[in-house]
Design a protein around this ligand. Structure first.
Ligand SMILES: NC(=O)c1ccc[n+]([C@@H]2O[C@H](COP(=O)([O-])OP(=O)(O)OC[C@H]3O[C@@H](n4cnc5c(N)ncnc54)[C@H](O)[C@@H]3O)[C@@H](O)[C@H]2O)c1
Length: 378
């Protein structure tokens, strides 16, 4: 019998459902982690939402108060899948109660809060993971491995765009995503944070940014909207590479498009989230691009689901990536690995928050802004 770990979770909305799926799938994957999750305690203010999630995924208890999953004696892992302004207090309460913690991205609405969440969690000694899910997409894991192997030479240029149309309808109701006090920013923190984290994985630290934001729908349900519906940014990396990052929730016709490209001195690689299992790679100036699939046996995560051989050559989907992420965390909690560098820690969440905030500063100031990262004392 495998050992188990009690899990508590705050938030039964969109991403809380996916985390629940990821937890439940652990005992079904080809190589289950040595710690199997038990879904003990779920909290969400919205009664129908928490009941739906409880019934579908089998959470033992469900209530409105986040203190139950964060502080309940029966849980040893707390997942924070709530809106951004609720990331700090419940996550810190759980860490102080000795629970390992996962927090959704962006780690916090602003860099100061993200720093506090990282530094105070680190002091407790618990395992912490920030849910930058792109790190668990097979093709992007392969992308990172190819860049790190030196195959495309020195990285000189990063470019990405993350496009959705979720905020284009002016009649769409006000939600926490449009409220600066809750979300911190709009497309910058929601979409940009993912690609900032990928830029850090594929290229290195961002040193300077210049950004513009756009609020297309300035009022929703009589509430003023003060966050960006879309942004464009240019970035200078500490290693001298340059980059562009753009994100939009008002890009008509785009469902969930995330393009990430890196040019090196010996080759270039392209990825698009709409083709989740593929990379396009050029190995030289005259080579042109060829498509490689990140689903062959031996490629990242194929062995996770399939029995190898020809069975190992099947595509993997978005939701399954959350199972990879949960498996990685449970393995680290079991003492058989570490969260970093494959997954993001709260330090990575904090560093992305500094870049988001520098973009917001630049939008306001009209100037290029430096990004300064704080470290932990002692
Ligand atoms: N990793 C990803 O790809 C990804 C994707 C979507 C969302 N997210 C992140 O996940 C978080 C949640 O996003 P979502 O899309 O699930 O939002 P959502 O609005 O669908 O769900 C949030 C849930 O939190 C509940 N809630 C709000 N305040 C509460 C409180 N005080 N106590 C208890 N419950 C409360 C709401 O009732 C709602 O059910 C955000 O930080 C978001 O940025 C990450």
């Amino acid at each position: 019998m495998a050992e188990t770990i009690g899990v508590g979770m705050l938030g039964a909305g969109f991403i809380g459902m996916i985390h629940s799926f990821a937890l439940r799938s652990q005992e079904l994957v080809r190589t289950p982690p040595s710690l199997l999750p038990r879904l003990i305690s779920l909290a969400d203010l919205d009664e129908p939402a928490r009941r739906r999630c409880q019934e579908r995924f089998g959470w033992q208890t469900a209530g409105a108060d986040w203190r139950a999953p964060a502080e309940d004696a029966g849980t040893a892992l707390f997942i924070n899948a709530a809106p951004n302004h609720l990331h700090l207090e419940p996550t810190l309460a759980a860490a102080r109660a000795g629970k390992h913690v996962v927090c959704e991205k962006p780690l916090a609405p602003d860099a100061d809060t993200a720093f506090r969440l990282w530094s105070e969690t680190a002091r407790t000694g618990v395992v912490h993971q920030c849910a930058f899910i792109f790190r668990f997409i097979p093709a992007l894991k392969l992308f990172r491995e190819i860049v790190q192997s030196g195959q495309i030479g020195e990285v000189i240029h990063f470019r990405s765009s993350y496009l959705m149309s979720t905020a284009l309808e002016p009649g769409q109701p006000m939600s926490w995503r449009f409220d600066r006090a809750v979300a911190g920013s709009g497309a910058i923190g929601d979409l940009g944070a993912h690609h900032i984290d990928q830029a850090r994985c594929l290229v290195g630290e961002i040193a300077e940014v210049s950004a513009l934001g756009k609020t297309q729908v300035p009022e929703r349900d009589g509430h003023r909207v003060e966050v960006d519906d879309a942004f464009v940014a240019i970035a200078k990396f500490a290693n001298g590479a340059i980059g562009t990052i753009e994100g939009s929730r008002i890009a008509c016709g785009y469902g969930h498009t995330g393009r990430i490209q890196v040019d090196g001195t010996k080759g270039s690689i392209k990825f698009d989230v709409e083709r989740l299992n593929e990379l396009e790679i050029a190995d030289g100036i005259a080579a042109g691009f060829r498509t490689i699939q990140a689903i062959r046996a031996g490629h990242p995560f194929a062995d996770f689901w399939f029995d190898g051989g020809i069975q190992g050559s099947h595509p993997i989907g978005w939701t399954e990536c959350f199972a990879h992420q949960a498996h990685h965390l449970l393995t680290a909690i079991a003492g058989q690995g570490s969260v970093a560098p494959v997954a993001a820690t709260f330090e990575d969440g904090y560093r992305a928050a500094e870049v988001c905030e520098a973009m917001l500063r630049s939008w306001r100031s009209g100037r290029r802004e430096s990004v300064t990262y704080r470290g932990l004392a002692g």
